[in-house]
Design a protein around this ligand. Structure first.
Ligand code: NDP
Length: 379
């Protein structure tokens, strides 16, 4: 089975290495916790309201600093681990990360008072508390997990690219190197706009349960590089120079296009939430439906589809599938399939939450005005 899947190279660790691989996530989680706690950070008010004070919660953000330090530590091999370690130990790390996520979830959920959900398994899966923080809010669990997951995604992608290059040398597939560059750019962009994350679904709707903990710490950090499990050990597809240019430039342009839509939509919503009357980029005046004290944005990118940011992310995921140049290889498509499934479900769920929050009539008016869910003219 493993050979048929083409991932036997991920099972080549010695017994001692395999044990180290299993514990790698735990060491990473602990190191990030200490570094994030010790490094200076910028205190900002968030979007979610603290029920105890009635004021927005406070967050201390230092993701960019943590990310840059992690990249330097990895690049200079300051821990003594070789560059390709994260990639070679992926399977064992996913197993270890999953076990530690199960344990963290048990602590995070069952130390909290029982909420509306009485079923203990559902409580464990979805969580009980919406927010958990330590040391006087110096560490917010959700924002901490995002920094760990995002940074590890970039390091895992870079590590896989090094593995590939060491395996194939001059015959390496430039798509694999670009893949690592895409995700490193994607995470750096996330860190630049870390504050915008405070206005998104996970912060607004999710509780701290296994879904979020495992999703951030293992799926985002380690499993988002699933395409590399197959593609890092796969040779260059060997196109002619002309086709190589078409494929690399085309996929990179698609990546930038998708990123631009997604970043633009997220920034427009963020601008609207913070300064409701300000024109986005000084150009697009906000139009909205008043729903009690709330406002539903329906101009600019939010007037084209109700979640155009997901379409942008979909194009970005498509560029990731295409960048390897191995268009019929299933591994190349794994991330794209995951993203499409996630966003179709999430849009549906967010729609339901928003109809409750803004009132069924107002939301119906919004749906009348902005007809499409994700892809204008199609869906
Ligand atoms: P959103 O940032 O779209 O957040 C949804 C919330 O925004 C809603 O619950 C609502 O909350 C508010 N909202 C939605 N529509 C409107 C409107 N018309 N007017 C005013 N407020 C509105 O979703 P996500 O958090 O899911 O996504 C954020 C970004 O992260 C996206 O770009 C997404 O693609 C990306 N992402 C990427 C993932 C990946 O795996 N690569 C995974 C998840 C997200 P309220 O009214 O309370 O403000």
């Amino acid at each position: 089975m493993i050979e048929w899947l083409g991932i036997e190279h991920l099972f080549e660790l010695s017994r001692t290495e395999a044990i180290w691989g299993f514990f790698t996530p735990l060491i990473v989680y602990a190191a990030f916790f200490v570094v994030q706690l010790m490094l200076p950070g910028r205190w900002v008010p968030g979007y979610v309201v603290n029920p105890a004070t009635g004021e927005p919660r406070n967050y201390r953000l230092n993701g960019m600093l943590v990310f840059l330090i992690a990249i330097v530590v990895w690049a200079l091999e300051l821990t003594g681990l070789p560059h390709d370690w994260f990639y070679r130990s992926s399977v064992y790390a996913v197993a270890g990360g999953t076990v530690f996520s199960i344990i963290f979830t048990l602590i995070a959920v069952f130390t909290q008072p029982e909420g509306k959900v009485k079923n203990r398994f559902l409580a464990w899966w979805f969580g009980r508390a919406q927010e958990i923080s330590f040391f006087n809010e110096r560490i917010d669990v959700k924002m901490y997990m995002y920094v760990v997951g995002g940074t590890m995604l970039s390091l895992n992608a870079l590590s896989g690219a090094v593995y590939h290059y060491e395996l194939f040398g001059e015959k390496a597939n430039p798509g694999v190197i670009l893949y690592a560059a895409f995700f490193t750019f994607y995470i750096m962009d996330y860190m630049v706009f870390e504050r915008v994350q405070l206005y998104t679904y996970d912060l607004i709707h999710e509780n701290v349960g296994f879904k979020l903990i495992w999703g951030c710490l293992v799926v985002y950090g380690w499993l988002f590089i699933l395409p590399l499990w197959g593609m890092a050990a796969y040779p260059n597809p060997g196109f002619s120079p002309a086709w190589t240019n078409v494929w690399l430039i085309g996929a990179s342009a698609l990546f930038l296009f998708g990123w631009g839509i997604s970043r633009g939509a997220n920034l427009q919503k963020y601008t609207f939430k913070r300064w409701p009357d300000r024109k986005f980029l000084g150009l697009i005046a906000p139009k909205y439906i008043q729903a009690g004290e709330r406002r539903i944005l329906c101009s600019g990118l939010w007037g084209v589809a109700r979640h155009l940011n997901y379409m942008g992310e979909g194009f970005l995921a498509l560029s990731i599938a295409l960048i390897f140049g191995c268009f019929t290889n299933f591994w190349a498509w794994t991330y794209f399939i995951f993203i499409v499934s996630l966003f179709v479900y999430r849009q549906w769920d967010d729609d339901r939450h928003c109809a409750e929050k803004y009132g069924a009539e107002n939301w119906a008016e919004y749906k009348e005005r902005v007809k499409y869910r994700i892809v204008p003219g199609i869906y």
